[in-house]
Design a protein around this ligand. Structure first.
Ligand code: AMP
Length: 286
């Protein structure tokens, strides 16, 4: 694996690969890598000739400075995991390399409704920051395919919109959420949980499954209210949302509905200061 810290050197190298007609897959991350990230590297390696992973903890997508400062960093381990996964390139830029003119949000991305709900509502400007960094990274790497995880369901929809808005010629591929055997979705933030909290955190997956079983029998608002109560009872301190939505546009589902509209349930909740998110498609067999 070759490590690049500078945009110019990376682009020079990638251009050589592209001139040899090699396809490039890209997996952007914020590091503290786990099997979820590595599954995306594996997908990229299966579909593309060349795989680039980036590690950059993007300051502009954090609406909470504590969360940014406490974001886990494990660079040596990350490099070891990427080498084992036979990733071809690690792009590891500094904040100055990505934002030479400062981190102010200079472009406003017209994301519309999708930015006003769920993560967008509870993390103001989060998706503007995500678009700012992903737009820059896509301009730098210019990959044929971009690999993102379903774990960040709303983010995938935002990036699909970013690609449409900018006309960038990259295909978005979404990989499934990798979970611990307990059902807990793998996440870099899990590193900040004690063993006891990891056990409590499994309630999120249990509640996603419960909603999946019950969604055709109970009113969505009753179901989400009882699940919110259960999360609080099982040790969560704050529940930002439990939402049952149309999986295509994230419009809320308000009626018990046996129709074939694809649905997704999404949860965000805090456990001892760590914010966890997860989701489950309701019409799938996952
Ligand atoms: P992050 O480093 O958290 O910004 O995540 C980088 C990429 O990995 C994003 O596309 C995430 O959706 C994806 N990802 C994070 N956790 C998982 C997981 N448990 N399974 C699959 N993909 C994941």
């Amino acid at each position: 694996m070759i490590l690049f810290k500078c945009i110019n050197a990376l682009q020079k190298y990638l251009n050589q690969q592209k001139n040899s007609r090699l396809s490039v897959g890209f997996v952007p991350t914020m590091g503290a890598l786990h099997q979820g990230h590595l599954s995306l590297i594996g997908m990229s390696k299966a579909k593309c000739d060349f795989t680039v992973c980036s590690i950059f903890v993007n300051p502009t997508q954090f609406n909470n400075s504590n969360d940014f400062e406490q974001y886990p960093i494990s660079l040596e381990n990350d490099i070891r995991l990427l080498e084992q996964a036979q990733c071809n390139i690690l792009f590891l830029p500094s904040a100055n390399e990505i934002y030479p003119n400062g981190t102010a949000l200079s472009t406003h991305y017209q994301l519309g409704f999708i930015e006003t709900i769920l993560e967008g509502k509870f993390r103001p400007n989060h998706f503007q920051g995500v678009c700012q960094v992903v737009h820059k990274l896509l301009d730098i790497v210019a990959p044929d395919m971009l690999f993102l995880g379903q774990k960040d369901y709303q983010q995938c929809m935002v990036i699909q919109q970013l690609i449409a808005l900018t006309g960038i010629k990259t295909q978005l591929i979404i990989g499934p959420t990798l979970r611990e055997s307990s059902g807990l979705a793998m996440s870099s933030r899990n590193m900040r949980l004690s063993d006891d909290d990891k056990q409590k955190a499994t309630t999120i997956y249990q509640m996603l499954q419960y909603i999946k079983q019950q969604c055709n029998h109970q009113m969505p608002n009753e179901l989400t209210a009882s699940v919110t109560k259960q999360l609080l009872k099982n040790g969560f301190n704050t529940v930002d949302y439990v939402a049952i939505c149309n999986a295509n546009n994230l419009e809320p589902i308000t009626e018990t509905d046996n129709s074939t509209i694809p649905k997704v349930v999404l949860i965000a909740a805090f456990l001892n200061g760590v914010r966890l998110i997860d989701n489950l498609l309701l019409n799938n067999t996952e």
